[in-house]
Design a protein around this ligand. Sequence first.
Ligand code: CTP
Length: 402
Amino acid sequence: MFVVVAVTGGIAAYKTVHLVRRLIGDGHEVHVVPTEAALRFVGLPTWEAISRHPVTTSVHDDVATVRHVSLGQRADLVIVAPATANTLAKMAAGIADDLLGTTLLATRAPVVVAPAMHTEMWSHPATVANMATLRERGVYVVGPAEGPLTGGDSGAGRMSEPDDIADYALGLVAASADLAGRRVLVTAGGTREPIDPVRYLGNRSSGRQGVALALAAADRGAEVRLIAAHVEADVLAPARTHPRIVVSHAGTALDLQRATTDAAATADVIVMAAAVADYRVAEVSEGKLSRHGTDGTRTLDLVANPDIIAGLAAGRPADQRIVAFAAETASGDDLLERARMKRERKGVDALAVNEVGWDRGFESAANEVILIGTDGAVLTRVAGTKREVADALWSALLPTLP
Ligand code: CTP
């Protein structure tokens, strides 16, 4: 495997020497990318000697090989150890002012960071926010561990031990291909049902969970088709550039039905995370409705939209798996009961349910989901960022796939 080990400016850099040796000992090709600050702790000759490859911090060396992107493009795995608060902040902002920054932007391989800093820096709101951004983007985090720190103080902030980092990162890559060869169809976001040329009936779905499911599947090797109803451009952006995701759009429930029915023919797994409007306006007005001339009320006639997923489930081939989503304003046993009944009603293989309310479940980075299987059994319960939820759902679904 082609592994990039990025080293940033922390005292724990000396432990990363062991990490590089361990990876090489396991038979991997390792390229070290230090920052300038890292070289104050462990010098360039050490990295070159143990990795047996040239090492530089600059995007201006070895330009003929387009090194600033080639390392990231070739990497099967990138480990940042130690990851300082400064580097984590730069990663969160996408800053690429050195070889490490460009490599991280160019790679589509799993990225593992092993933070190392003093407890105060680790718990600072800026670092907490940066870590949340990185986790949401799918960056994996190992540690930090608790224990004595360099200043004689003690607490959370020690870089994890090199062997623990290696075990975690290598295990991840093995798992990261577990959906290879699978064709996955994901729908995301809320449909918008037009009333007139400027108004619509919509819902609060942001599409984040669906996009996270698409990204997680693609990162794990699947070929993904993502059909987006209404999803904000910045939420959709990472899916657009992923090499294994094809994005298309479907604005209304009827559009979504057409698009998913077409795409379903070539899908092994369908995950219907889109929030589909149950009703559409019976007669869409050609012109903008005016309140002038009304008696202060207006009645819209609504007609039911087709239940897309129930239709797909009824006509699916035996080896296709279909997963529904449900957002319910219930909790505890009531939530589970509704989920079980809805799964049966839709005839799907699994249903992921989460509790929503006026102030929970929407427009947030975090989510809490229970996945119900065919016999109504709970396959997994997971709380975390939408990306963590997505990965946990795929891990739970995997054993149920043919
Ligand atoms: N769904 C669908 N077509 C619809 C409505 C919903 O395919 N017309 C899918 C959603 O994408 C989701 C699942 O069905 O995967 C559950 O959505 P939900 O809105 O909870 O289901 P409803 O059928 O609307 O159930 P109810 O109104 O009884 O809560």
